[in-house]
Design a protein around this ligand. Structure first.
Ligand code: FAD
Length: 508
């Protein structure tokens, strides 16, 4: 889950650097990776959720199927769209198609940081201006409370816990990087959404020797992401929404005053409107020209065995979801059964919208997550990592989602959550439902990310090659920052290239 608050100044020498740490981390990661097989089975979150409740089976589509709205993609974005459609009109006939199981994509594999957009305030204001940027943040304000109450109401055991998001420095180059956010928040009158913490206060919440000062967003929460996704699926089925799993959509064509969505199974579904909620898969969708709106990327996580006593020893019992301030950020949190789930450190780009082994089987990216864990928690060297998994993310040029309607007015799309969609897809679903119900005067369809065209990425092969070179450079630069090493000028120049080209990506 990349964050939008980033360091802006040069490093000072780190007096806390521990000699020999680099060799220890390398040794531990080699040991971890010898036992881990990312992609050989579903990730730990999904296995836990499916064991708790495998869910009612879903039928395959009938040959003469029709719906008011057909949604392609059964992740949070597609499922919240179905929720809001049926909330607005309980009689609406809604069908969701998913190539895998509902929640089998990023929604069942993520870090479970349930955030509003307060850590994205500079990006929102920088892209849309003060008024519209703040209006966007306000549209998502309180999302964590809303989802927590919703889960209670519907008996969804999503393991919701409100410990806030703690954005913490893990090297001198990151220190105080949040000051710009605080200045902006003060100017816009929303300073109360944040709580700056000293190093001692951060240490009292999680005694990793690497953590320094930080900024807490207390209103954010964390969830077991797959339990939320599968719970949403159950609630939708109870509402009468039709879900077809194992049903890959292959295309959409206009037909009369509606659309027809074709599937790989044979049957096609006729509907008045279609919604494409495809995350990174949108880049490979035929038609729509979505490929240049995103870089398809991966993010990987590892999880420890249960160690509740050890979490108590380091004081990490408040449910804080923590992220550092690297661009290839590390994000880490505890789980309901006393584990640490730890992700990030640098994923990989895909070519031309194609999904492949880079999304689920990339040992190199999983090793970067393990490396982050071993660096942050040297006191847990005796604790085993028991699982690793990856998933796709849709990095937008401005790091913000966008929504729109294709020519003909019947096909709506939303993507670009850029690795931070757990909260924002709730709002995204609201927007997509309003578009599919022609509610163009709704406050959410007037938000600036609806119809917004960010600067497109270059075409292939330049997009893939550029993303690859920049990724290697950023990972190398940020590892040097972590280790207090020298960053040579060519590397400093390369990591700033995306910003120089007008994209809101990479270190500043
Ligand atoms: C490892 C990882 C960690 C993350 N951590 C966080 C975090 O802590 N906090 C946060 O806010 N965000 C996080 N994210 C991002 C977040 O998970 C996503 O932004 C969010 O889940 C996107 O939801 P979605 O519905 O758009 O996508 P998805 O959940 O990926 O859903 C898309 C669905 O479309 C289906 N599909 C694809 N092609 C077709 C087709 N042709 N026909 C039918 N179905 C199709 C897929 O099977 C998939 O189920 C993380 C992502 C990853 C991968």
């Amino acid at each position: 889950m990349p964050t939008a608050a980033r360091p802006t100044h040069r490093p000072a020498p780190d007096p806390d650097r521990r000699p020999g740490d680099r060799a220890r981390v390398r040794r531990m990661v080699a040991q971890d990776m010898a036992a881990l097989r990312p992609g050989d089975q579903r990730g730990w979150w999904l296995r836990d959720a499916l064991t708790a409740d495998p869910g009612a089976p879903c039928p395959t589509p009938a040959w003469d199927a029709t719906a008011d709205v057909v949604i392609v993609g059964g992740g949070y974005a597609g499922m919240w769209t179905a929720w809001w459609l049926t909330e607005q009109d309980p009689a609406a006939r809604v069908t969701i198609l998913d190539a895998d199981i509902a929640g089998g994509g990023a929604s069942g594999r993520n870090g479970g940081f349930l955030t509003a957009w307060w850590d994205y305030l500079p990006a929102l204001v920088g892209t849309f201006g003060d008024e519209a940027g703040l209006a966007s943040a306000m549209a998502l304000d309180g999302v964590a409370d809303w989802i927590g109450a919703w889960a209670d109401r519907h008996g969804v055991d999503a393991k919701w816990r409100q410990g806030g998001t703690l954005v913490a420095s893990t090297s001198p180059v990151q220190d105080d990087a949040w000051e710009g956010i605080l200045d902006l928040a003060t100017r816009l009158g929303v300073r109360d959404r944040y709580l700056p913490l000293t190093r001692a206060e951060v240490q009292a919440r999680c005694a990793s020797p690497v953590l320094r000062g930080g900024l807490l967003v207390p209103g954010d929460a964390q969830v077991q992401p797959a339990r939320l996704a599968r719970g949403l699926r159950r609630v939708l089925l109870e509402r009468g929404v039709t879900i077809h799993e194992g049903t890959r959509a292959t295309g959409i064509r206009m037909e009369g005053d509606g659309v027809r969505v074709t599937t790989a199974l044979g049957p096609s579904i006729r509907a008045s409107h279609a919604v494409l909620a495809l995350n990174a898969w949108a880049a490979g969708w035929p038609g729509g020209g979505f490929g240049r709106r995103m870089i398809t990327w991966s993010s990987y996580m590892v999880v420890t065995e249960p160690v509740p006593d050890r979490l108590a020893e380091i004081g990490w019992t408040g449910g804080e979801a923590i992220t550092d301030l690297r661009f290839t950020n590390h994000y880490f949190r505890t789980t309901h059964d006393g584990r640490i789930a730890f992700g990030g450190g640098g994923g990989r780009a895909g070519y031309g919208g194609r999904m492949g082994s880079w999304v689920e089987h990339d040992r190199g990216s999983a090793a970067l997550a393990a490396r982050g864990f071993r660096r942050l928690f040297p006191m847990l060297d005796d604790v085993r990592l028991v699982d690793a998994w990856g998933g796709p993310i849709d990095i937008a040029p401005n790091h913000l989602p966008s929504f729109g309607t294709l020519e003909g007015g019947r096909i709506h799309w939303g993507h670009g959550f850029s690795g931070t969609g757990v909260g924002p897809t709730w709002l995204g679903g609201k927007i997509l439902a309003a578009l599919a119900q022609d509610r163009l005067d709704d406050p959410v369809t007037r938000l600036p990310m609806v119809g917004h065209q960010a600067r497109p990425f270059p075409p292939e092969p330049f997009r893939f090659l550029g993303a690859r070179v920049i990724r290697e450079s950023i990972v190398a630069k940020e590892q040097r920052d972590d280790e207090g090493g020298y960053v040579p000028p060519p590397l400093r120049w390369l990591v700033r290239l995306p910003r120089a080209m007008g994209y809101d990506l990479g270190p500043e």
